[in-house]
Design a protein around this ligand. Structure first.
Ligand SMILES: Cc1cc2nc3c(=O)[nH]c(=O)nc-3n(C[C@H](O)[C@H](O)[C@H](O)COP(=O)(O)OP(=O)(O)OC[C@H]3O[C@@H](n4cnc5c(N)ncnc54)[C@H](O)[C@@H]3O)c2cc1C
Length: 320
């Protein structure tokens, strides 16, 4: 039961058309899985974000930030709290510390080869913006279906590139102190599919990328080549959250899974992809519970066969 005062205050922060009640999360995840969330709000900028978080804290309501939902498995029971989406509606940019720039949705050239982007921008749009400006460095990221914010959290990477190689700084909102700060790459403590953001409860607002002047045709050729590789190797025709497991040191998750005879292994509507064993796909209206059981089975069998315990890369939200 939601507190009426909470509801009224939320209505005063976010216009009605950006608050969704009992919103099914399958609509907001690339896995196309997930039950209802108490309140789903899509913010346009920093002030809305700050006010929703402080309201949740005041009423002791749990909240969770999402970007494009491309690395999330949300429980069938959903999430009893507020999901705050920093995605397609997020317009504000942060040109300097604490200064909210003019509302822009697309990335922008700050100076020379430095490109800035709001957290809600998709990596594909950012990479295409770089391409149009003959800036090289983000080719590897064009096919990762996440937002800039999510990519900062995960230190997203592919084909030998990682966010940490191209980021120059990240603007965050510290929900504990209420401050906006610009973190250097060192302060972000990037490592494999990790940064400091989650540990500290930060919210990513924007990031700047240091790119290099390049040749537009070469940049395009690299992007096309990597996109073709993805189409060839990955089961993009099915909903998923990308690689289900992190790469264990010295191994490849997909190879271990395949060696355990689990290619095509199915639990209900969830399946270890035939095309790429590192991907669990939503083959046929899978429930989160089925994906979860499949993940547990895979971990158990691979561990028994190889002694390697696979760690999920996919983030699970809600009760499992
Ligand atoms: C087909 C497919 C291919 C993929 N390929 C790759 C790949 O090659 N490389 C790779 O690294 N990943 C890959 N992924 C996984 C995914 O796209 C990345 O992890 C991406 O960085 C997640 O971004 P997101 O915006 O979707 O984050 P979400 O899934 O929405 O969230 C991920 C985490 O980040 C947090 N978060 C999101 N935005 C913010 C914010 N603004 N501030 C604070 N916290 C935030 C969330 O709370 C959550 O913990 C793939 C996924 C799919 C479906």
């Amino acid at each position: 039961m939601w507190d009426l005062l909470f509801e009224n205050k939320l209505d005063n922060i976010i216009p009605e058309d950006r608050i969704f009640r009992d919103e099914p999360m399958y609509k907001h995840t690339t896995f196309r899985i997930g039950g209802p969330v108490g309140r789903f709000v899509s913010v346009t900028g920093y002030e809305e974000l700050r006010d929703v978080i402080s309201l949740c804290k005041e009423y002791d309501v749990q909240y969770y930030i999402i970007g494009n939902g491309s690395n999330l498995l949300v429980s069938d029971k959903g999430y009893d709290g507020v999901i705050i989406e920093i995605g397609s509606h997020m317009r504000e940019c942060f040109l300097e510390d604490g200064i909210v720039g003019s509302p822009v949705k697309t990335p922008w050239i700050k100076e020379g080869e430095i490109v800035g982007s709001s957290a809600g921008v998709l990596l594909s749009s950012l990479a295409n913006f770089a391409l149009k400006n003959s800036l090289s460095g983000l080719e590897f990221a064009a096919g990762i279906p996440g937002s800039v914010g999510g990519a900062m959290v995960m230190n997203a990477g592919a084909y030998g590139g990682e966010m940490k190689d191209v980021v120059s700084n990240v603007t965050i909102f510290d929900s504990n102190s209420g401050e906006i700060r610009k973190l250097s790459v060192d302060e972000m403590e990037f490592s494999y599919r990790h940064s400091i953001v989650k540990e500290k409860g930060y919210v990513v607002l924007a990031a700047e990328f240091k790119l290099q002047k390049g040749d537009m045709a070469d940049i395009k050729a690299t992007m096309d080549e990597l996109a073709a590789k993805r189409r060839e190797k990955q089961p993009l025709e099915y909903p998923s959250a990308g690689s289900t497991f992190k790469r264990p040191e010295g191994y490849f998750a997909g190879k271990l899974i395949q060696d355990s005879g689990l290619k095509g292994y199915t639990v209900g509507g969830a399946q270890v992809s035939d095309k790429h064993s590192g991907f669990v796909i939503n083959r046929d209206n899978a429930r989160a519970e089925e994906v979860y059981r499949l993940i547990c089975d895979v971990r158990e069998k691979v561990y028994a066969d190889s002694g390697v315990m696979l760690e999920p890369e996919v983030i699970m939200l809600g009760e499992f």
